[in-house]
Write a protein that binds this ligand. Structure first.
Ligand SMILES: [Cu+2]
Length: 169
């Protein structure tokens, strides 16, 4: 997805640069002011419509249906505190579905898990009074980091835990 966004952005920037270059170097009198005004209005209307349609399209998948039903495998309860995570188990096997049920004892936190290379696998907002659920199956064994991705106070950056994924059976 990111390469597509990059290509679209570069093409749009090139188009804008071309318009600016043309506006700068066009010979005097090359533009009929009335025709330019018509094009300006059409362009603004078309871009506005395109923006509304594109923005609406990005909202189609939301809201997600709440995950419900039986948990598929291992359940890990994760509870956030200022400023640490408490997991009721810190070791899970690879290849087995894991359901994280995350909650908070104080303020809003962001429960996130990063792989051994530091790449974020998932994150979910953890809001007081609610239990947030993430279903995840770890492919590879290793030492994963549990992090907080919602600023939650002065020591937010130190709110890290660890999850060990062992080779599956
Ligand atoms: Cu935090």
């Amino acid at each position: 997805m990111q390469p597509v966004v990059l290509i679209i952005t570069v093409l749009a920037m090139a188009a804008i640069a071309a318009v600016f270059a043309w506006a700068i170097w066009a010979p005097p009198g090359a533009v009929d002011p009335e025709r330019a005004e018509r094009w300006r209005i059409r362009t603004i209307v078309a871009l506005t419509l395109a923006g509304v349609v594109l923005a609406a399209m990005t909202l189609v998948p939301w809201p997600h249906a709440p995950q419900a039903g039986p948990t598929p495998g291992i359940v890990v309860h994760a509870r956030g505190y200022q400023w640490y995570w408490e997991l009721d188990r810190d070791t899970v096997p690879a290849g087995t579905p894991v359901t994280f049920l995350a909650s908070t004892a104080d303020v809003t936190h962001g429960f996130g898990v990063a792989d051994p290379q530091g790449r974020l696998l998932f994150q979910v907002q953890v809001i007081p009074g609610y239990v947030s659920r993430v279903d995840w199956t770890f492919d590879r064994p290793g030492t994963y980091r549990v992090i907080c991705l919602e600023y939650c106070g002065i020591a937010h950056h130190e709110m890290m835990g660890q999850l060990t994924v062992q080779p599956g059976v």
